[in-house]
Design a protein around this ligand. Sequence first.
Ligand code: FAD
Length: 470
Amino acid sequence: MTEPCLVWFRHDLRLSDHPALLAALEGGRPVLPVFVLDDAAAGAQRAGAASRWWLRGSLAALRADLAVRGATLVLARGRAETVLPALVEAVGAGSVHAGRGTEPWARAQSRRVHEALADSGRTLHLHTTTLLREPHGFGAASGKPYAVYSPFAKTMMAAGDPPAPRAAPERIPGVTPPEGGEALESLGLYPVPGEPDWAAGFPDTWQPGEAGAQARLARFVDRALGKYDAQRNLPGIEGSSGLSPHLRWGEVSPGQVWHAVRSAQADATASETFLKEILWREFAYHLLWHRPEMPEAPLRAEFSEFPWQPDAKLLDAWQRGRTGYPVVDAGMRQLWQTGWMHNRVRMIAASLLVKHLMQPWQEGAAWFWDTLVDADLASNSASWQWVAGCGTDAAPYFRVFNPILQGEKFDPEGAYVRRWVPELATMPNAFIHKPWEAPKAIPRNGYPSPIVDHATGRARALAGFAALRQ
Ligand code: FAD
């Protein structure tokens, strides 16, 4: 009989356009699909609470999709370098195929698995499953990694379209799994018994898994892609794709998204703008690969001297959506209730935290990490560093978003604010982004006054940056 093969699913929880799965199946080999929850390897960067909610749904979907094709997903908990060699031994597999983990901890994990398998003469084959292009061996003409987005994106665009995506195998000849695999319920994902069900509303917005990803992609291409240029910055409407959690867990490949957009009959500028967002994701991974310290340390070293003013009360007000700036509070409450926040609002909310409130960007990144269903080490750290001004390609330090003007520009009718901040539901448009200026007769229903006055916050942030430059 042909020697079986292990497919180790990591951040690529899908069956279509999956190079590791397809390579494993070559020559008609039977396959044992495995997912290992290795929190010890990830350490402080283990998936946050909202991500774990997503992961549970995604694994359930993957298990069902594999089952209809003939294979049983093995779930395991523990060190990958222990679990995988044991499974290989148990089923007599010759090799393991997997996606290349790109987070620093996942790279170290790959090395350990590679060594552990080599001890018994087996090989770990790594494939590109979550990116258009692997970040290593790819740099500017100087030979150095890119530090700035525009030339990076130009090179990526010039490289042409990625290979056409490949269909899911119709049948996956399975191997009888050894005894002792974990049940999905015992992986310790979500819900945690006895804890409040904070994710109860998530299923109204999300369907984790490959089918959910494909449905969302189709809906976006059909309804919003053509107007993406004009509408992507308006949080009150569904103008962006909402694909981020699906991309984060690899339920759809960026190549599939790319080709779906290219083959749509949509406005060329809108498509181009959208593909450039996909390239922001690639750029974040490029940065993380070459600057693995990015999640913790500022990429501009001088920022380690920034005079942050940590304050638990300010942080708490921001987290709870009680800063008194309606667009920020709407975003923070959308995050809590759905596990997601619109990109424009992420920028405004993050800017308020690090600039007006002078809180360390790492605190904001940690909150997002725990509460976002799309929490992604590369995109989250790169974006927070960008907003804080300490990234390699950061917003200029003197750009301090004005949360009132940003609200008025991108949510002019206040539809977004009214949806997520019900206290302001009846506030007239003229005051929806500055309710403290409304006549006393208009009720604010307990909505707070601004936690810091915009001009004061701006001046304080600029003074902090000036101190840094001296
Ligand atoms: P669309 O506009 O439809 O874009 C399509 C895809 O492009 C997204 O799904 C995403 O994969 C990618 N993308 C878009 N913008 C960016 C960007 N600026 N950086 C990297 N990739 C991008 N995105 C995450 O996926 N995970 C995070 O943890 C994350 N944290 C962020 C933190 C802050 C402070 C900020 C300002 C942005 C963060 N982003 C993060 C980027 C961006 O906000 C989200 O990717 C986007 O809002 C997802 O919505 P969408 O899928 O509708 O995006």
